[in-house]
Structure formats: C-alpha cells, structure tokens
Design a protein around this ligand. Structure first.
Ligand code: FAD
Length: 406
C-alpha cells in the first residue's frame, strides 16, 4: 500500500485494478496495436461507454452526473488506466476541462443537454484557446465576439486545437471589447463545431499523424445562452480551465512514454562490446539508475498531491514540477533508446503508440514540452510560486488592448 493512501483509497485502487485488468485485452494496449488515430478515438468512445456503465466514467463528479467519489480516487483510477495503456487520453480534454466548465457555469437546461452524452463518450469537446498570436500569453488573443441582439457573432482563428476534427462542441475565449486592457475584454463561450461558418483544418505532425487542427470562425452565430460566466469574465474562466489542465497533465511519471522496464529489456537485448549486452555497460546502467531515482521523486510528488487532495486541499505547484521533469525525462530516455537501437531506431512502424514505441515517443515528446504550459512557463511558475522570485516584467499591464503594438 502506498504511504500516502488511506485504507479506503487503497481498497478503491485494488478494486479498480482488478476491473481494469479484466478489460485490458479488449481496450488496453494489446487492443490498440495497429489502429489508426480515427479507430483509436472510436475505441476510446466505446471504452468511455463501458466505464460509464460501471461507475468509472467521471468518478469524482457529484450525483446525478457521477458516483460522487473523491478527486484522489479519480486520480488513482487515471494512473492505473494510463499504466495499462487504455485510450482514455483521447477524452482527457473533453471530460477534463470543457465539460466541467459547462457543469460549473451553464444553465440547468444546457447541462442536461450537453453533459450526459459527453460522459458516455457520444460527444467530444475541444478546448479552443490558442491562436497564432496567443499561446503562453493567452490574454493576447484576437478572435472577436460581437454582440448582435440575443446572439454573438464570432470571427477569427484558433490553432493547435486537439482532436477538433472529431469534436462536436468546444469552449472558446474571444475578445468582446478591444478598448479594455487585454485581460478584461474577454468572454468565454460554448461553441458548436458543426455550426455554419466553422472550418476545421487538420495539421500534420512529425509523427505523420493529425492530432490537432486550425479552426476558423467565419461569422459564427452563438446564442447568448452559450456564454459561460459574465461578459468580461473570459480570462478568469480560461485560467480556471487551465488549472484543471495542469492537474490532469501530471499523472504519469514516465511522461506518458515507454516504461523504464521496457528500456531495461531493450538494453538486455542490445549487443554490447566483448560479447556483453548494453545492459552491462556502465554508462547505460548509470542512466537507468538516474532515471529510476527521478521517477521515485516524481512518484513522491504525485503521492504528496494525492495526500493534499485527500485532506480536501488543492495541490500546489507540484503539477508544474511533475510535468516539467516527467516529460523531459521521457524525451531523454527515448533518445537513449534510439542510441541503443542504432539504424533500427529510425524505422517508424505504423499504428504504434507513444507509450510503447521509443521512436514514436522520441518524435512525439517535444509536443508535451509545449502543450499544457511550455517548459519556460512552468519554470516561471516554479520561480514565482515556489521560490518566491519576482514576477516577469509585464509592460502591457493595464494598457487598452487596441493600443498594444502588434
Ligand atoms: C500537442 C499540443 C496540443 C495542444 N492542444 C491545444 C488545445 O487543445 N487547445 C488549445 O487552445 N491549445 C492547444 N495547444 C497549444 C498550446 O497551449 C500552446 O502551444 C502553448 O500554450 C504555447 O503557446 P505558443 O505555441 O503560442 O508559444 P509561445 O507562447 O509563443 O511561446 C514561444 C516560446 O517562447 C517561450 N515563452 C513564452 N512566454 C514566455 C515567458 N513569459 N517567459 C519565458 N519564455 C516564454 C515559450 O516557452 C516558447 O519556448 C496545444 C499544443 C500542443 C503542442
């Protein structure tokens, strides 16, 4: 039993592990071998339905939406699920950020309409925040929202929108008043991604796959009922959404890449010098030891965050440290694995997964050093929130957005 878990949470974890183990063959890593992204997303939707029928879909959500478990139990389940390679990652955004925001801020009628199908995986939701000129500096976004009677008209462009090509709805932030300082003139909306005027254009990545998209809004009409929060509350709600993202991003100490055990297997299979294997090499062994020590640190940080949540407190900036270290470490371990594989490391097998394949993991790792907060932004968080260093210089603070040079 983990030192940080209560007996109740440990019993929950064990029951979940038994249940998950019974579904690995149909929905876990073995079932995903060779699937295209589209097929994998389809599998994820079916897996979500099975979870929703067994009380595991949205564990920490209160009745009537979920079974009212704790956030700790939700995190424990997600960690065990991730270890076994279930395709739940495809729904992390949909159920992790936009739908909880709908639950917090939409009318009862909209909650009834939107939330149950999302929980069952029948609808998928996207997060449309980033734009070509707004990422880390989210408050710099330019998409316009103009009031027109009972509606709003949205025009502009979003980018890097994960899985938008499969999504039905999304949450987005747009600028309703450019004469206000940049953080103040923003408003938050639900958008129907099938509405007239929305164009989703996929972006192909280094791996050859298409995980994210550009999304263009060409005078898209959005009812005022789809506004979440007050006019001008967009930045506050966006930060609330991103805080959920930081947390969900921080559950796997491998950085969502192949395990250390897999690297050790690879080293044992790779011929070394004088008839030995790579596993006998001092340099390789030192890297294994270093990685093991780092992972133990990450497990401890995660355990601390779980303990904080069990005690009803919000975890602090541990999520930033966890994401920073785990994703960098995944990239490092994948690079070492490519060294061991030699020319074979350059071969890309179709339908592999970043959790099992070092080549794919190496190609994909840089994306996670950007998504959900770049390394530099996380370092700023650590500097300001943990080390108490002074804030970044913010020369545009309080300046009307339309007076900021661009
Ligand atoms: C795989 C992936 C999935 C994504 N999915 C989504 C999604 O679903 N929805 C969505 O809205 N967005 C999504 N994004 C976009 C992501 O949120 C942004 O890419 C990220 O916030 C960085 O913004 P940017 O790309 O505009 O880079 P910029 O913010 O322009 O950063 C450029 C460089 O400057 C550095 N930098 C910026 N500000 C500072 C600072 N204050 N101090 C020091 N250095 C700084 C950055 O670290 C980076 O190296 C995704 C991105 C990726 C890679």
């Amino acid at each position: 039993m983990s030192r940080s878990l209560s007996a109740v949470d440990e019993a929950f974890r064990q029951k979940a592990v038994d249940w998950l183990d019974g579904h690995v063959a149909d929905f876990g890593l073995p079932a995903r071998e060779g699937l295209s992204l589209e097929q994998d997303v389809e599998l994820a939707r079916r897996w979500q339905k099975v979870k929703s029928e067994n009380g595991y879909a949205v564990i920490s959500w209160p009745a009537p939406w979920g079974p009212g478990g704790t956030v700790t139990q939700q995190a424990l389940f997600a960690t065990e699920e991730s270890k076994r390679g279930f395709p739940a990652g495809h729904l992390v955004i949909s159920l992790g950020m936009p739908t909880p925001m709908v639950l917090r801020y939409a009318s009862d009628e909209l909650k009834e309409r939107f939330v149950p199908p999302a929980i069952r995986g029948e609808t998928l939701w996207a997060q449309l925040f980033s734009e070509p000129a707004a990422g880390s500096d989210l408050a710099g976004l330019r998409m316009r929202a103009k009031r027109q009677g009972d509606d709003w008209v949205l025009s502009g462009q979003k980018v890097w929108t994960t899985l938008a090509q499969f999504c039905d709805y999304g949450v987005c932030v747009a600028r309703h008043d450019p004469s206000l300082p940049k953080h103040k003139g923003l408003t938050y909306f639900i958008v129907d991604l099938k509405a007239p005027g929305v164009t989703v254009r996929p972006i192909r990545q280094l791996t050859g796959e298409v995980h994210f998209n550009e999304v263009f809004f060409d005078d898209v009409v959005v009812p005022d009922a789809y506004r979440l929060g007050g006019v001008g509350d967009g930045f506050k709600l966006a930060i609330e959404t991103l805080m959920m993202e930081r947390y969900t991003a921080a559950a796997d100490e491998t950085g969502f890449g192949p395990t250390l055990a897999r690297f050790i297997e690879l080293a044992a299979e790779t011929p070394g010098v004088r008839g030995e294997t790579a596993l006998d090499d001092g340099g390789v062994r030192a890297e294994i030891a270093r990685t093991y020590a780092l992972q133990q640190g990450l497990v401890a940080i995660h355990g601390r965050a779980l303990a904080e949540m069990s005690a009803g407190r919000t975890p602090g900036p541990e999520g930033s440290i966890h994401k920073l270290a785990s994703v960098r470490h995944r990239q490092h371990l994948s690079t070492l694995a490519l060294d061991l594989l030699g020319p074979d490391g350059l071969r890309q097998a179709p339908g592999v997964n970043p959790k099992t394949d070092f080549h794919y993991s190496w190609l994909d790792a840089p994306t996670l050093r950007i998504a959900g907060g770049t390394d530099e932004v996380l370092l700023n968080t650590i500097a300001e929130k943990i080390l108490g260093l002074p804030q970044d210089h913010r020369p545009d603070k309080g300046v009307p957005f339309d007076e900021i040079p661009s």
